[in-house]
Design a protein around this ligand. Structure first.
Ligand SMILES: [Cu+2]
Length: 506
């Protein structure tokens, strides 16, 4: 319906214009061509002047009107250390191009008015004018030189890489159709190596799992950074050209397939600072959802964002990621919550080259957990407990002591936790323990009982070999008589096959 009305309106307009031109024609024939032409020229000249004034006034008014929405002005002053240099560069360029813009428009429209054709006017022909040539060559040359030198100085400052040993955070952003994959280095502060041939559905970045530097790297959904800290972003593309764009920080760098790029910047305003700045402007004191007056204000809902500034395909817009600039304390708390990609997704799957082996940090964690469990059982923390609760605390499972299938031979990786138990027995010389072997219910029960006894004995022997007094150690095999879970599922049976120890005296 709207389209029909628009179509009819256009048709009517065309008819009106045709009718007017017909009238002008008739009028000219009546009044004489020349007089009419002169009158038309005069009208058009005046219209040109009117347009000039209206156009220039509107240009300046609209710039003023939209000022608080534009990067670089009002609340949108740069949120990074280098950003103000770039904003200054833009302002200088805008000043010069603005002067040229105003002068050329005035000249264009004023000349059409001033030199409109009349009966008496006559054109003058200038073949050459040295002064004009010099003026319009020299002025742009001087201005260009100034802009280029200023631009080069800004470029050198903005593009400077981190110096060796300089304190900074290094993160990585990989663009692909259609998202950014972010990677942080984890506790070691170093991003692990990558190899594009290793890219797969479960290894989207091609991280080399043989390298321990990759073990703590994590892949967050949001880009979190602490305020005031220098950040170096490695920028990578996995398929087509993308562009890493943080508009509020004046960070923009191409992500080129096969050619790693980087950008170094220092965020200077937290998300909260930026919101509070926006709050001072009426443009941002309106509900985010115009149809719901109870929705939060625009300034409250503001977030920095990471975008792709390259038209990389049909879902290009969906590459947006939230960016949060926070205080160092908030950042540390966030870091503590992040989980390593290797640990959560790769560890002990078929892709893990360390499948079935314990890693150094895991041995460390297991030791801490075991020590904590023993301390909890032995040290009175002043919490009132029933006898059962106390007994439960004294029964501790050895999750990382295991045996070769169907045998009572300890696997090579069992020694780390068995050694931890030795240290505990040395640390608490007064305690005795009872080592318990348990199996699931598969196979013959008398065989199970024998095997569980042999396994408990094997641990006892190991401890005696390490210098623990045999009088402090007791070993019992329970077979499948004391399951902790159902024996109907794989998972349950896995839980039932176990060795544990009970602290019996101290
Ligand atoms: Cu893109």
């Amino acid at each position: 319906m709207t389209a029909l009305i628009i179509g009819l309106s256009i048709l009517l307009l065309v008819i009106v214009i045709l009718q007017i031109s017909k009238l002008t024609d008739l009028y000219a024939r009546i009044r004489g061509e020349e007089e009419v032409e002169e009158r038309l020229n005069r009208n058009q000249g005046n219209a040109m002047m009117l347009f000039l004034v209206g156009f220039l006034v509107l240009c300046f008014l609209s710039a003023g009107w939209w000022k608080n929405y534009m990067l670089g002005y009002g609340p949108h002053e740069s949120a990074s250390a280098h950003g103000s240099i770039l904003d200054g560069l833009f302002d200088t360029t805008l000043l010069f191009t603005g002067i040229v813009f105003v002068i050329t428009h005035i000249a264009l429209f004023y000349f059409s008015w001033r030199y409109k054709k009349t009966k008496t006017s006559k054109a003058t022909h200038w073949s050459h004018n040295n002064t004009l040539e010099i003026v319009w060559s020299a002025i742009p040359a001087v201005v260009m030189t100034y802009l280029v030198i200023k631009g080069l100085l800004a470029w050198n400052t903005v593009m400077a890489d981190v110096k060796p040993g300089e304190d900074h955070i290094e993160i990585e952003a990989t663009g692909y159709q259609f998202a950014w994959h972010l990677r942080y280095p984890g506790e070691d502060g170093i991003l692990g190596p990558r190899d594009f041939t290793k890219i797969s559905a479960s290894n989207p970045l091609g991280q080399v799992w043989e390298d321990p530097l990759n073990y703590d790297d994590f892949h967050p959904d949001e880009l979190w950074l602490p305020v005031g800290k220098k950040v170096r972003v490695r920028i990578i593309a996995r398929d087509v050209l993308h562009n890493f764009y943080l508009p509020h920080f004046r960070v923009k760098m191409d992500a080129v397939p096969g050619l790693p790029t980087y950008f170094v910047f220092t965020p200077e305003k937290t998300t909260e600072d930026y919101r509070n700045e926006l709050r001072n402007y009426p443009e941002y004191n309106v509900p985010k959802d115009p149809t719901d007056p109870d929705s939060k204000m625009l300034w409250e809902e503001f977030n920095y964002e990471l975008a792709c500034a390259e038209l990389c395909g049909k879902s290009h817009y969906s590459m947006r990621r939230i960016v949060r600039i926070v205080t160092q304390e908030e950042y540390d708390a966030w870091l503590a919550k992040q989980q390593s990609y290797y640990q959560t997704t790769i560890r002990n799957t078929d892709e893990d080259p360390n499948k079935g082996k314990l890693l150094g940090y895991e041995i460390e964690n297991n030791r801490e957990a075991l020590n904590l469990a023993v301390d909890k059982a032995l040290v009175d923390a002043g919490i009132p407990m029933t006898a059962e609760e106390k007994a439960a605390l004294r029964l501790i499972r050895l999750d990382f002591v295991d045996f070769e299938t169907g045998s009572y031979r300890l696997t090579s990786q069992s020694s780390s936790q068995a050694d931890d138990l030795v240290s505990i027995l040395n640390r608490y010389p007064d305690i005795s323990i009872e080592i318990e072997g348990h199996t699931d219910n598969t196979g013959d029960e008398s065989d199970n009982k024998v095997l569980s006894q042999q396994r408990a004995d094997a641990i006892k022997t190991y401890l005696i070999d390490k210098g623990i007094d045999a009088a402090r150690l007791k070993a019992i095999g329970f077979g499948s008589s004391q399951p902790v879970e159902t024996n109907d599922t794989d998972e349950g049976r896995q839980k039932n096959r176990r060795v544990q120890f009970r602290i019996i005296s101290n």
